[in-house]
Design a protein around this ligand. Structure first.
Ligand code: IMP
Ligand code: MG
Length: 176
C-alpha cells in the first residue's frame, strides 16, 4: 500500500483538549488511589504521555506490546503478547491505555488475560474508537473520539511504522 497524502482530521489542539478532559474525568474516578497505567506499545505512547501528565492520582507507568496487525491496514485476527509487563498487577487499580479500537480483538484478548492476574480494578481508555468495525465486544470506559471507518495516522498511530510523530491525527489517501 502506497500513501498519496495525509489529510488532517483532528487537529493537535483538538486532541490535546480532549486528552485533558479525559484526564480530568479519570483523576476524579481514582482520587488519591494509585493507578497503574498500562501503555500498549507502540501506538499509545503519545496518548499515554499526554494523558499521564494530566492525571492527578499517583501513577505507575507500565508497558505492554500486543499485536493483532500485520504490516497492512487489515486485522489478521491473530493476537499475541510480544512484550509482557515487568511487574505484578495483583491488587492494583489498572487502566489500560490504547490508541484505537478497531475490531476489538486485541483488547478483548488482552483484558481477559489481565483479568486473570487479579487486579483490584481494570478499566480501559482509548483515544480513538471505530465502533462500525467491531467484531468482538469490548467494554470501553473512556473514549476520546468516535471516528468513522477510515485508516488514520499520527499522534502515535502508524501506517507501516511511519507517521507516528505527526502531532495531529490524519486520514490517509491511498495511491490507486
Ligand atoms: P483491533 O484488534 O482490530 O481492535 O486492532 C487494534 C489495533 O489495530 C490498534 O491498536 C492499532 O495498532 C491498529 N489499528 C486499527 N485501526 C487503525 C488505524 O486506523 N490506524 C492505525 N492503526 C490502526
Ligand atoms: Mg496499537
Amino acid at each position: 500500500m502506497k500513501i498519496k497524502a495525509v489529510h488532517e482530521y483532528l487537529s493537535e489542539e483538538k486532541v490535546t483538549k480532549r486528552v485533558a478532559e479525559m484526564a480530568a474525568q479519570i483523576s476524579e474516578v481514582y482520587g488519591d488511589e494509585p493507578v497503574c497505567l498500562i501503555c500498549i506499545l507502540k501506538g499509545s505512547v503519545f496518548f499515554t504521555v499526554e494523558l499521564a501528565k494530566r492525571i492527578t492520582a499517583p501513577v505507575e507507568l507500565e508497558f505492554m506490546c500486543v499485536s493483532s496487525y500485520g504490516s497492512d491496514t487489515k486485522s489478521s485476527g491473530v493476537v499475541k503478547i510480544t512484550k509482557d509487563l515487568d511487574v505484578s498487577i495483583e491488587g492494583k487499580n489498572v487502566l489500560v491505555i490504547e490508541d484505537i479500537i478497531d475490531s476489538g480483538r486485541t483488547l478483548s484478548y488482552l483484558l481477559e488475560n489481565l483479568k486473570t492476574r487479579n487486579p483490584k480494578s481494570l478499566r480501559l481508555c482509548t483515544l480513538l474508537d471505530k465502533p462500525d468495525r467491531r467484531v468482538v465486544k469490548v467494554d470501553v470506559d473512556y473514549v476520546g473520539f468516535e471516528i468513522p471507518d477510515e485508516f488514520v495516522v499520527g499522534f502515535g498511530l502508524d501506517c507501516n511504522q511511519q507517521y507516528r510523530n505527526l502531532p495531529y491525527i490524519g486520514y490517509v489517501e491511498i495511491e490507486e
